[in-house]
Ligand binder design. Sequence first.
Ligand SMILES: *[C@@H]1O[C@H](CO)[C@@H](O)[C@H](O)[C@H]1NC(C)=O
Ligand SMILES: *[C@@H]1O[C@H](CO)[C@@H](O)[C@H](O)[C@H]1NC(C)=O
Ligand SMILES: *[C@@H]1O[C@H](CO)[C@@H](O)[C@H](O)[C@H]1NC(C)=O
Length: 187
Amino acid sequence: MAKLALLQLLPIFLTVQVVLVLAEAEHSEHSNHNGLGPERLTRLHFFFHDFVSGKNPSAIRVASAPTTDHSPSLFGLVMMADDPLTQGPEPTSKPVGRAHGIYGSASKEELGLIMAMSYCFTDGVYNGSTLSVMGLNSAAHPVREMPIVGGTGVFRFARGVAVAKTYWLNLTSGDAIVEYNVTVIHH
Ligand SMILES: *[C@@H]1O[C@H](CO)[C@@H](O)[C@H](O)[C@H]1NC(C)=O
Ligand SMILES: *[C@@H]1O[C@H](CO)[C@@H](O)[C@H](O)[C@H]1NC(C)=O
Ligand SMILES: *[C@@H]1O[C@H](CO)[C@@H](O)[C@H](O)[C@H]1NC(C)=O
């Protein structure tokens, strides 16, 4: 009895499968018609200004654990940032965008910042386009890598990597200027 019921169900199951395959094929065709053009590779170079001290900080503390300030890596600290991105290293250099998002200390051993940030560009052809950075920033290392997991505008369907290098750091205040080389593949 059970075997028979299964056999009767089989044609229905097959029909559903075929419909799903057709729907997928149609979807990918639509994507092509919608202008998902060839893959492109773009390299970006800019400086990131993270100012946590002074009257007008670009990153502010929004949460922490009772133990955070006793931790050598500030474990548990959560910051909200709206950090300027500029062409050159000076804070007065030409603005090219802003990095909006959250970073927090997610490592107990050494300083490791988990980044969940949207790099929003305003310069030239990149104006209005964004890149999403999501990953650990081993900020104590002079050079580190972070994954680019997506993008919008000219950076639609982006994936890539950001190489970051501390350009300037005030150890007392924690203010920092970081040089970025971003390599991204997008459509
Ligand atoms: C970027 O685009 C916005 C909105 O279209 C515009 O107001 C702004 O002037 C543009 N900025 C630059 C630097 O081109
Ligand atoms: C970025 O690339 C330039 C040119 O290759 C190089 O001089 C610079 O050191 C690089 N910086 C980073 C952070 O990778
Ligand atoms: C570093 O930060 C401290 C504390 O905010 C400040 O007093 C000092 O002037 C800063 N040093 C530099 C070189 O900016």
